[in-house]
Design a protein. Structure first.
Length: 322
C-alpha cells in the first residue's frame, strides 16, 4: 500500500532530562507559591536529542517510514541532523540558523510529575519554513509546537494549498493567540493532544469540548497510562484504545511523540483507526522504557511482537525487515 508523505513541522531541540527520587509535593508549599525558592538534588541527568517534530520523525523511521522534517537548528544541531538523516529522516528542508538550537530542560519526580523550561533559540528563526514545496504531493502536514507566528502561517498555507492538517498544538495551547487556535481547529482534519491540553484548548477558544469533538473530523486524545480515545465528527462512536504495558518505566518524556509516530504511520497508509491507535500505544510503551526521547530503538519485529501480545492480533506491516 502506497503511503502518503508525512511532513513534520515543529520544534527541533537538544533536551536535558533530569530526575529525582522524591516528590514535588514534598518541596512545594501551597501557602508559599508566590515566593518559591527550591533546590533539589538530582539522581540522573541526560543530554539527548529532542523536539516534538524531530521525536516524531525518529519514531516514524523505526517503523520504516521516511518522513520530511521542516524546522530550524543552529550550528550546534548539525551533527544531530546528520544522525536523523542516517536513520532515514529527510532533512533537506531544515534551515540552518545563526541562533543556537532550541533547548528543553525538564525535571521529573518519582510520580512522573514534570517541571520544564524551553529556550526557543533557532526555533524562532522560522521565516523560511513554508509548506509550498508539498502543495502538489498530497502530504499529511503535522503541525507541532514551535514559533506561534510560523504556526499561524502554516495553518494558512494548509488552507491555501488544500493540505491535510494534523493539528498537534501541544504545549503551545497556552501561548498561541486564541484566534490562531480557532483557525487551527477549523483547518484540522486531525486534532491530537492530551487530556489536559484539550481542556485548555476548550477554555482558550471558548468552544466546549463537545463542540470541538463534533466539528473536527478526528480528535485523538491521549490519557497517559489510561490509553487514548479516537472520536470526532467523522465517527459515529468513540474508539477506546488501551495502553500497552512497558517492561519498565524509565522516563515518560516523549511518550506522546512516540504515540504520534505509530498513529501517523498507520494513518498515512489508511489503516483502520483502531489499528492506528493501537500501534501508537505500542510505540509509546517503548518510548518510556529509556531515558531520552530518541534513545529507544526497537526493531519492527519487536514492535510487531509486542503489538500481537497486547492486542491479540497482528500489526499489518507488509513485511518485517531487520
Amino acid at each position: 500500500m502506497n503511503a502518503r508523505p508525512i511532513v513534520l513541522t515543529g520544534s527541533i531541540a537538544i533536551d536535558r532530562i533530569m530526575s529525582f527520587g522524591g516528590r514535588y509535593s514534598d518541596h512545594l508549599h501551597p501557602e508559599k507559591l508566590e515566593s518559591v525558592s527550591v533546590s533539589i538534588f538530582l539522581d540522573t541527568l541526560t543530554d539527548s536529542h529532542g523536539g516534538v517534530a524531530a521525536n516524531i520523525a525518529y519514531g516514524l523511521t523505526l517503523l520504516g517510514d521516511e518522513p520530511y522534517l521542516l524546522g530550524s537548528v543552529g550550528k550546534d544541531g548539525l551533527v544531530y541532523m546528520e544522525e536523523l538523516a542516517h536513520h532515514g529522516v529527510n532533512i533537506a528542508h531544515v534551515y540552518e540558523s545563526e541562533l543556537p538550537t532550541a533547548s528543553f530542560n525538564v525535571i521529573t519526580d518519582r510520580d512522573q510529575n514534570q517541571v520544564g523550561g524551553f529556550y526557543p533559540g533557532a526555533m524562532f528563526d522560522s521565516d523560511t519554513l513554508s509548506l509550498k514545496h508539498w502543495k502538489d504531493h498530497s502530504p499529511i502536514i503535522v503541525l507541532s509546537p514551535h514559533d506561534p507566528k510560523a504556526m499561524r502561517r502554516q495553518i494558512q498555507e494548509c488552507e491555501q494549498f488544500e493540505l491535510t492538517l494534523c493539528y498537534d498544538i501541544g504545549q503551545q495551547v497556552s501561548n498561541a493567540p486564541a484566534e490562531d487556535l480557532r483557525a487551527g481547529l477549523d483547518a484540522a482534519e486531525v486534532l491530537i493532544l492530551n487530556e489536559y491540553e484539550l481542556h485548555v484548548l476548550s477554555k482558550r477558544t471558548g468552544r466546549p469540548i463537545e463542540s470541538i469533538i463534533t466539528s473536527v473530523p478526528l480528535v485523538v486524545t491521549t490519557y497517559g497510562p489510561n490509553g487514548s480515545r479516537i472520536e470526532g465528527a467523522s465517527l459515529a462512536e468513540p474508539i477506546e484504545i488501551g495502553a500497552a504495558p512497558p517492561t519498565n518505566v524509565a522516563d515518560p518524556t516523549g511518550a506522546g511523540d512516540a504515540y504520534r509516530s505509530g498513529f501517523l504511520y498507520g494513518y498515512a497508509r489508511d489503516w483502520p483507526l483502531v489499528t492506528c491507535g493501537q500501534l501508537g500505544a505500542v510505540c509509546a510503551s517503548f518510548g518510556i522504557e529509556t531515558l531520552g526521547t530518541q534513545s529507544h530503538a526497537p526493531t519492527r519485529q519487536q514492535i510487531a511482537e509486542r503489538y500481537e501480545a497486547v492486542f491479540d492480533e497482528q500489526v499489518p506491516f507488509d513485511e518485517i525487515e531487520e
